[in-house]
Ligand binder design. Structure first.
Ligand code: S3P
Length: 174
């Protein structure tokens, strides 16, 4: 694979758990943008939201995306909000094969409740109705820059990684 594969999708879609398995199948490295940001800043996502505000967090996240897309091809796991910026959507579409892990809001709600209290700042800030609205508003943004949409509601990460790898290897146009 010459192009990076970017995994996009709403919180809890499974980007960080599918990513390493997909990377292994494709013989590529794996980069988790949020994990990289946390490592570089030495602070958790919640703390970064407090320190820089959401806009500052997004700027730093976008900077890492630009750097990753300029580097060697890899599988990239992106934060759920990366698609808010039109510039990011354009860069993703131009510089990578974008795989959108789509899931219903009911699945998001279930997974967040299973996780037993989320460390994600937006979950605390928005509450269930605000999150539902955000999920609804983001779907067209994910769709607008996706090369491949995957139904991520049910299957386990390993199975989805296998399914995505097969798609990418079969369809040379992706
Ligand atoms: C966010 C999703 C999070 C993280 C931050 C903001 C969002 O990443 O970047 O909490 O705006 O949806 P995940 O999608 O990996 O949870």
């Amino acid at each position: 694979m010459e192009r990076s594969i970017a995994l996009t999708g709403f919180m809890t879609a499974g980007k960080s758990s599918i990513g390493p398995q997909l990377a292994m199948r494709l013989g590529l490295g794996f980069t988790d943008l949020d994990a990289l940001l946390v490592q570089e800043e030495g602070a958790g996502i919640g703390e970064l939201f407090e320190r820089y505000g959401e806009a500052g967090f997004r700027e730093r996240e976008s900077g890492l995306l630009r750097a990753a897309l300029n580097g060697p091809a890899c599988v990239l796991s992106t934060g759920g909000g990366i698609i808010h910026s039109e510039d990011n959507r354009r860069r993703l579409a131009r510089g990578s094969t974008v795989v959108w892990l789509d899931l219903r809001f009911e699945t998001v709600r279930f997974r967040l409740s299973e996780a037993g209290g989320s460390t994600r700042p937006l979950v605390r800030q928005l509450g269930p109705e605000g999150l539902r609205d955000l999920h609804y508003r983001r779907r067209p943004l994910y769709a607008s820059c996706a090369d491949l949409r995957i139904d991520a509601d049910r299957a386990a990460p390993g199975r989805l990684a296998r399914h995505i790898a097969a798609h990418l290897q079969r369809d040379a146009s992706l």
